[in-house]
Design a protein around this ligand. Sequence first.
Ligand SMILES: CC(C)(COP(=O)(O)OP(=O)(O)OC[C@H]1O[C@@H](n2cnc3c(N)ncnc32)[C@H](O)[C@@H]1OP(=O)(O)O)[C@@H](O)C(=O)NCCC(=O)NCCS
Length: 409
Amino acid sequence: MICRKFDPHKDITAAHRIWEETGWLELGSEESLELALEACGVWAAELAGEVECLVLTAPGTMRYLLQELPFTSVCAVVTGRAGRKQGLATFLTAQAVAEAALEGAKVVGLGMFEEGFYNRLGFGTGSYEHIIRFSPSRLITTVEYRPPKRLTVADYKEIHACRLERLKQHGCCSIFSPELTKAHMLEYKNGFGLGYYDGPEGDLSHHAWFSIEGPVEGGSYRVEWLSYQNWQQFLELLSVIQSLGDEVATISLVEPPGIQFQNFVHKPFMGRRISLSGNAEYQIEAHANWQMRLTDLPGCLEKTQLNGTEVHFNCKLNDPIEEYLDHNQKWRGIGGDYILTLGPRSGAKPGSDPKLPTLTASVDAFTRLWLGVLSASALSATRCLHGPPDLLSKLDAFYLPAPHPDWVI
Ligand SMILES: CC(C)(COP(=O)(O)OP(=O)(O)OC[C@H]1O[C@@H](n2cnc3c(N)ncnc32)[C@H](O)[C@@H]1OP(=O)(O)O)[C@@H](O)C(=O)NCCC(=O)NCCS
């Protein structure tokens, strides 16, 4: 197997073939693929002289409580039909994570196709995301409706700038490249946006971007993202969604971080009962579909400020990615023995202190603990993390809001 950087001149046909074989190259989305290949760091693996696997990465930031951390998204991992089960995707993803770490990423994240695959590289599963399907006509709005401005793909730069300025909560990610916002917009043929230009210079302050699967009339509408800087703007976007209610039966969206969307739907339980098993069923589904892993433990803890009493302990961290890294790779994962402090001022230094209690964890489990996905005690039930009960209950006392990327990573 040869692992190398993607060569856009030589490898573009192979990229199209691999995308086609995966069913990701629907008619009209070639431009989306080409934009992504240009905007991302792209790694390629060859098997028998053919490129059979590609991994795409893109840098950005992740909000950890009130801090911004350098973040990299592994935005695509794909192997052609003739290259499967040879370890290509695992090996190439491991190299891509290592390169991201060397370039300064403290956290790496991805959207997963299944539990287990990326856990082998130290990725831990994030919080449940709620996907809500509702009738826009049943939205409760409390602000007076103002006609919004129409947005199209041609406005992608200001749309992207607006997304970067949105209200961010714990776990929120932003990817730097505007071209990746454009690529996302182009994935669906009939995407459209509606928004308001209330910024200080008359710039785009808040907007919603929609996609339609199927025909415009009678198709399935989805809010791809909502971007707002305060809750008043959020409420105004709800009134925009509601304005589509005379025409569109149901719209779905991923619940924005920090709110309970059900509170904004009129009689949600009755709506569900009436619509049950019909074509336009109202529902709330939950999926934990993203994963993250730390790539720099001291760097992350330096930015970690938790309310509560300081806790000092040893941490024996096991990083399974090491097994999949090329021998020449300089970054070797973050496994090892550390002395950790968690609290208002946190930190990590190599070593261990016999006077301190010891937590043993995989990077996967420790990342989930650090993010606030699950408590230390709950993680001990997964058998990927263990320590003395007294230490676990001290760690349980730190409260973190549920992390949500609020971006397709
Ligand atoms: C998923 C995909 C990238 C895997 O590519 P691949 O090159 O065949 O993967 P690898 O050879 O590196 O790894 C395969 C091994 O992973 C392991 N594995 C696969 N799924 C796993 C899971 N859910 N849990 C644990 N291990 C898993 C198995 O050991 C498997 O090999 P084996 O069955 O022969 O023992 C490929 O099937 C693909 O492109 N699918 C379509 C696109 C896609 O879904 N991409 C992922 C987007 S997040």
